[in-house]
Design a binder for this molecule. Structure first.
Ligand code: XIL
Length: 316
């Protein structure tokens, strides 16, 4: 094969996509995926609402299908996401517990989930999206009931359950220097100084055709790398309904953003993984999230390579 995965591997990088278990039964999808990519993550099926819909009752059926597929195809798995403010079961959303009990709930969820997949996960997103844009902590269920210490607790519990998995903090709109990435930097620096086991920071990289300041992005990634962390691109896609111009020009603008970000990933040793949030455009969450028809990914609805794919390929 000569997919993106082999070319990326030659540069020491892993390249992948978010997926859902039911896509994998389509042979066209699954063969393209395993030819092109060497790392996957469940787009939804490892979130708390899916895994622990009732307290203490864990269901790993769908997540297992993804992890088993990966094993058969020699593909790595990023686990996503242990602790998040969203995709919570209703017993958590409506829960009225003491602080001690909330900590126990956090611990049980992490310990049971990470233990179940022990040895099969390359990296876990342990905590996802803990900050607001202005750098304040997001008042999630976890923050409100436990306090900011929920973050370090989560990392410790995850490490205890699978010391070999890399542990990540993951967030969006943190690609460049701003109030949010500054807050994230301070938080992670403090975790490191306390000896909390954290190995990387995931930059979701949900961008628009406007792109970002790529020099600033490089500098921002480098300050995290200097803390000894991996700086991976975990959920890239490009919103383009904001773009004014022909469809062709829009796809070119999308390709430029991919190319610029991939260049950064290739240039920084701390960027080991580059992932997009889905394989083909009609699978993208952005179609619902923005309410517009989007063309954010590397393949079109008929599995054709898009200009964004070609632009990335030409960098390798
Ligand atoms: C999204 C999924 O793509 C959707 O299917 C789901 O409805 C909501 O979650 N940041 C994240 C991801 O970390 O978990 C989100 O995934 C997209 C934004």
């Amino acid at each position: 094969t000569s997919g993106l995965r082999d070319a990326a591997a030659a540069k020491g990088k892993h390249i992948g996509v978010a997926t859902q278990s039911w896509y994998l039964t389509d042979s066209k999808y699954s063969s393209l995926l395993s030819n092109e990519f060497d790392i996957i993550t469940p787009e939804y099926q490892m979130k708390m609402s899916e895994i622990q819909d009732q307290r203490g009752v864990f269901d790993f059926t769908e997540a297992d299908k993804i992890v088993d597929f990966a094993k058969r195809k020699n593909i790595l798995v990023r686990g996503h996401a242990l602790i998040w403010h969203d995709a919570l079961p209703s017993w958590v959303v409506n829960g009225n517990f003491s602080k001690t009990e909330w900590i126990q709930i956090l611990k049980d969820h992490i310990t049971t989930t990470v233990s179940h997949f022990k040895g099969k996960i390359y990296a876990w997103d342990v905590v996802n999206e803990a900050f607001w844009t202005n750098g304040d902590y997001r008042p999630s269920i976890w923050y409100t009931n436990i306090g900011p210490q929920y973050i370090e607790m989560a990392f410790k519990f995850a490490h205890d359950a699978d010391p070999s998995a890399k542990l990540f903090y993951n967030d969006f709109d943190t690609e460049v220097t701003n109030a949010k990435s500054n807050a994230m930097y301070q938080m992670i620096k403090s975790l490191k100084s306390k000896g909390i086991p954290i190995d990387g920071v995931g930059f979701q990289t949900h961008l628009t055709t406007d792109g970002v300041n790529y020099n600033d992005m490089t500098n921002n990634f480098q300050r995290f790398a200097k803390l000894g962390l991996d700086t991976d691109i975990t959920e890239m896609d490009v919103i383009s309904h904001v773009f004014k111009g022909s469809f062709e020009a829009k796809m070119k603008a999308t390709a430029d953003v991919y190319s610029n970000v991939y260049k950064i990933a290739l240039s920084l040793p701390s960027c080991k993984v580059f992932m997009t949030w889905g394989l083909k455009d009609d699978h993208s969450w952005l179609n619902e999230d923005t309410g517009f028809q989007e063309y954010p990914l590397l393949f079109d609805n008929s599995y054709n390579k898009k200009p964004a794919y070609t632009a990335m390929e030409s960098l390798l």
